[in-house]
Design a protein around this ligand. Sequence first.
Ligand SMILES: Nc1ncnc2c1ncn2[C@@H]1O[C@H](COP(=O)(O)OP(=O)(O)OP(=O)(O)O)[C@@H](O)[C@H]1O
Ligand SMILES: [Mg+2]
Length: 228
Amino acid sequence: MFELKNATMIYDMDKEEKVYAMRNINISFPDKGLVGIIGPSGSGKSTMMYTMSTLKNLTSGEILYNGRSITGIKDAERQTLRRDEFGFIFQRHYLVPYLTAVENAVLAANCPKKEAVEKAKEILLNIGLKEKELDKIPAKLSGGQRQRVAIARAMMNNPKVLFADEPTASLDHENAYLVMDRLREYAKERLVIVITHDHSILRDTDMTVEIWDGSISDVKQGLLQETA
Ligand SMILES: Nc1ncnc2c1ncn2[C@@H]1O[C@H](COP(=O)(O)OP(=O)(O)OP(=O)(O)O)[C@@H](O)[C@H]1O
Ligand SMILES: [Mg+2]
């Protein structure tokens, strides 16, 4: 589904001190399954996710999505791709403070409002929010509940690719595993890419990519790939 070819991303190109966030990365990702991306802080994990999802442009190299180059595609196309095919769970969840859980989840829905509200409720309940929490604003929810609202929002349009940047960073172990279970379930049909520092949440991945200083230092294929 994704193919990165000599993908390179350099920040501060115009400055003396350039930052090599991605160095000649070559890798392919499958159509579905749970992919973990792990590596120390500053190793380039978020940058890789941003370039794959067209939020940032590569400095050089190319990224193919379903066989087609998405490097340098037009803005309109980029937006359609992001809205219809990609879902995002960011490092910080960016919920709108004055909207309820359900309202936050339907924000970027690409279907009629009424339908979206029903769908949002269904997803939120399915990932463990209680009925009484659906109409609360983020300030009245716990960190784990907020994170689940962000996940529901990312799943609203049933994206083909779900990008999750540290989705469990603000959660205790129990909630982290709950969230990972839900992502793993989603990954049965779709591609889910999870960035983390934490090895313990990456059990049962189909593929784990280790990043070190802008380069891939290791790729482990999980059981699915080995038996496929
Ligand atoms: N907008 C930017 N301008 C300049 N340098 C940047 C920018 N964003 C990131 N960097 C640098 O690029 C490198 C990779 O950053 P990136 O955010 O991809 O790392 P990360 O692996 O996601 O780290 P973390 O685990 O802390 O989130 C780091 O050295 C960082 O300082
Ligand atoms: Mg990051």
